[in-house]
Design a protein around this ligand. Structure first.
Ligand code: IMP
Ligand code: MG
Length: 177
């Protein structure tokens, strides 16, 4: 029970760790001999990013962006705005956007197109979780940890009204509303 709502476990911290391990291996192979700039999408991706960077073996920098999807509650709204931008020039850099979950794709489409305008050497997206069935707009996601069902998930960075990001496992909300 969190805030009077009923949750069931969806992924254990061990399962999450194995998923992050697999993703890190792919990155270490794909970016071998290159420097990498991770762009962590605040706030949800902080936990995934902090686990991921410690498994990455190529030289890595981290930047942060914060986007806001106006009117978000348990469902996504249409309008995305940039609340906090990156603080470095990404021209000629290998950039990897780090997201914890993709739903409609609107947030990442906005960010991807914005970063693309700064002419990075390469620009890819990694997400721990993907609600692929919920996609409304196309986004070029290269690395997906796990495809997940259309459930509202909390824990491991994912929040329910800003709470529960600190839970180690990932839970799903049993009764939305
Ligand atoms: P999108 O723009 O619809 O793809 O929304 C992506 C963002 O919505 C993610 O970065 C999360 O912050 C949030 N989000 C989507 N699904 C969930 C969920 O199940 N739990 C918590 N946050 C979610
Ligand atoms: Mg997020």
């Amino acid at each position: 029970m969190i805030d009077g709502r009923q949750f069931n476990r969806y992924l254990t911290s061990d399962e999450i760790n194995e998923t992050v391990e697999v993703l890190a291996k792919r990155i270490n192979t794909d970016y071998e001999g290159k420097d990498l700039l991770l762009v962590c999408v605040l706030k949800g991706a902080i936990v995934f990013t902090s686990d991921l960077i410690r498994k990455i073996k190529v030289p890595v920098e981290v930047e942060f962006v914060r986007l806001s999807s106006y009117g978000r509650s348990l469902t996504s709204s249409g309008t995305v705005t940039l609340v906090k931008d990156i603080q470095t020039d990404i021209r000629n850099k290998h950039v990897l956007i780090v997201e914890e979950i993709i739903d409609t794709g609107r947030t990442l489409k906005f960010l991807y197109e914005r970063l693309q305008k700064s002419n990075p050497e390469s620009l890819e997206i990694i997400t721990l979780l993907d609600k692929a069935d919920k996609r409304v707009v196309e986004v070029p996601v290269k690395y997906v940890g796990r495809n997940v069902d259309d459930k509202f998930l909390v824990g491991y960075g994912l929040d329910l009204e800003e709470k529960s990001r600190n839970i180690k496992d990932i839970y799903y909300l049993k009764y939305p509303n």
